[in-house]
Design a protein around this ligand. Structure first.
Ligand code: AHM
Ligand code: MG
Length: 335
């Protein structure tokens, strides 16, 4: 069967046969895929189904929730809780963990997710996405607590994102490379379109919110200034800049044509530790980026080796093409 015709379900089963593991992960992934298709459908219909706009509520991080944030969170819970593969889940949109209710069987995994990342882009019809990460649940333990989720990113069993852009794509890794699937809306299936995605090592494109430049630390300031100086500067090359304000779209661009994405620590967000959340944004994206040959750091350390301290912990994120991220790491060491 040609790659372009392989469905995501077929792919997951093949991977499991080649690399071992229980059938439970494939079944859990199938549920996650269904949730992403549901979210994709709502995002596509936008104003036609009254899905745009904000609610009066705020999430645990004090951010106003969009209708689609809450709806997407519900889709994820609805489609993954009954299958018997999960012990509990945690999401950007829920203050506390969500243990699988009494009436459903429990499984071996924990799921963390950001149901709709970049949701400030929804009302202006710019790409948004879903990010997820799967961890092993503790064995031989009755009940599940927040602490069970505080595992370093290196413990992830699987990570992925769905990008709701001009086409809907799902990109995932189980630690054997990165694979991209495109949703065929007529068939209702994700088909393998991007086998073995690799991030180009060299790049001349960077992504950062420049409006925060006055708060940056010296190493980030130095890196960006050198890029902006172009051919006449120390890099002797012209760089391009992009900022979509949607991490999923940003990471997808980097997987496709290389680049660096930065949401570094700065003076304004120093007390909160960063902008992006470790468990359901930084860790899954780092797993994907590393599996595609890239690098992902806070500036000072590898993100996936951090021992999480809390469910909604924020961290600085600098990820993308290996050579550039290594350069930024060196600038941090030198300063
Ligand atoms: P969200 O989870 O509340 O959507 O926030 C995360 C998003 C990322 O997708 C994106 O990189 C960043 O926030 C954009 O932030 P800013 O608006 O400061 O540029
Ligand atoms: Mg988010």
């Amino acid at each position: 069967m040609p790659h372009s015709q392989m469905t995501i379900t077929h792919f997951i089963i093949e991977q499991q046969r080649r690399f071992g593991g229980s059938g439970n992960l494939s079944m859990l992934l199938n549920d996650v895929v269904t949730a992403c298709k549901m979210i994709s459908n709502q995002v596509n219909h936008g104003a036609l189904v009254g899905a745009l706009g904000s609610l009066d509520s705020e999430n645990v991080q004090g951010e106003t929730q969009k209708k689609l944030d809450v709806l997407s969170n519900e889709y994820f819970i609805d489609h993954t809780q009954y299958g018997g593969h999960l012990m509990a889940m945690a999401s950007e949109e829920m203050d506390d963990i969500y243990p699988i209710p009494e009436e459903f069987p429990k499984g071996h995994y924990l799921l963390t997710f950001d149901p709709l990342d970049g949701s400030s882009n929804i009302d202006v019809n710019v790409s948004v996405g879903t990010i997820f990460s799967i961890l092993r649940a503790p064995t031989g333990k009755i009940g599940v607590t927040k602490e069970d989720f505080l595992q370093p990113g290196t413990e992830q069993v699987c990570a992925g994102y769905a990008l709701y852009g001009p086409s809907t794509m799902l990109v995932l890794t189980t630690g054997q490379g990165v694979f991209g699937f495109t949703l065929d809306q007529n068939v209702g299936e994700f088909l393998l379109t991007h086998p073995s995605m690799r991030i180009p090592e060299e790049t001349s494109e960077f992504a950062i919110n420049m409006s925060r430049s006055r708060f940056w630390e010296p190493p980030v300031r130095r890196y960006v200034e050198e890029c902006v100086a172009g051919k006449e500067g120390p890099r002797a090359s012209d760089f391009n800049m992009r900022w979509i304000a949607s991490m999923v779209a940003e990471v997808h661009r980097i997987l496709t044509r290389g680049g660096v994405f930065m949401y570094p620590i700065d003076d304004k967000i120093r007390d909160s530790g960063g902008k992006l959340r470790l468990l359901y944004e930084a860790n899954p994206m780092s797993f994907i980026v590393e599996q595609a040959g890239g690098m992902s750091i806070t500036g000072r350390e590898r993100i996936m080796e951090m021992k999480p301290r809390s469910l909604h912990q924020r961290v600085p994120v600098i990820l993308g093409s290996r050579t550039e991220v290594q350069r930024i790491a060196d600038y941090h060491t030198e300063s």
